[in-house]
Write a new protein. Structure first.
Length: 273
């Protein structure tokens, strides 16, 4: 059955993609500028979060173009499929690259013991890759098929394992962190829990919502909102941790009370409440 979107439905998806592109692009510039405020030993995590938003920016430009090409406006009808496919693969390639990096930057910025860091990275990255790969077959399956549900459940298993590692095993490694850093890490973990919780809801929208057009809007807009929260906002907290640790090390630029650091302090304080 051909998907037809009303003008408002099309514009909502179109504008959500445009918003994400702007958010990722602005975040990329901000992270580049603030990197100099971080001590060299803590800059790796900031570099990773900069790469994350750059990758997301590129893929959302491609998603935006593919979506625009996939629909054509027909007066009195709405936006009909043009015959060109909407490439869902861009989103999954983006996640396959950025989700492991998101988890890696969280572990790297804490500067834990090498053995602990290595163990956490191997398990978290492995689980993240499994989660994305298991989700893809269900994403491209028919909305009314059991395949979507089966693959969705399979993808949830590594997701639950990631939460276990972050909230249980990583928690055991935070004793040597300052109270401010522990508070920021808690905020990051709950942001991941809240934003990643949006993904399965958007994923299952075609199976839960009878109207195909409404389900598509919920899915695309839900993914877009979750990506903005899980990448730029998460990255701000990573930078805030890096700057807090740089200040503790006595790094001069991190001790400056300039506008950039005030923005980070305010944002991290809001997110950690």
């Amino acid at each position: 059955m051909e998907l037809i979107l009303s003008e408002n439905q099309f514009n909502l998806i179109y504008n959500s993609f445009s918003f994400v592109i702007a958010a990722m692009g602005a975040s990329f510039i901000f992270f580049l500028l603030v990197r100099s405020k971080v001590a060299p030993r803590h800059q790796t995590a900031v570099t990773i979060t900069t790469i994350v938003v750059a990758i997301a920016f590129y893929h959302y430009v491609r998603i935006f173009q593919s979506f625009s090409d996939a629909f054509a406006f027909v007066p009195g009808v709405g936006y009909e499929q043009s015959g060109r496919p909407f490439n869902e693969g861009y989103r999954y390639v983006d996640w396959l690259l950025t989700v492991p990096l998101l988890l890696a930057e969280l572990v790297i910025v804490l500067k834990l013991a090498k053995s602990t860091t290595r163990s956490l990275l191997i398990r978290l990255i492995g689980a993240a890759v499994a989660m994305i790969l298991l989700g893809w077959p269900g994403e491209v399956a028919a909305a009314d098929s059991t395949a979507r549900t089966v693959w969705g459940i399979a993808s949830t298993i590594p997701f639950l394992y990631i939460l276990y590692v972050l909230f249980v095993e990583l928690g055991k490694s935070l004793d040597r962190q300052s109270p401010h850093v522990r508070k920021l890490v808690d905020a990051m973990r709950y942001i991941l829990l809240a934003t990643w919780g949006v993904y399965p809801l958007a994923y299952m929208a075609p199976s839960l919502i009878n109207d195909e057009a409404t389900a598509e809007v919920v899915r695309q807009v839900g993914y877009s909102i979750a990506d903005v929260l899980a990448k730029p906002l998460f990255g701000i907290l990573v930078v805030a941790i890096a700057i807090a640790k740089s200040r503790a090390d006595g790094y001069g630029p991190a001790l400056e009370d300039d506008a950039e650091l005030l923005v980070l302090d305010d944002a991290s304080e809001i997110a950690s409440r």
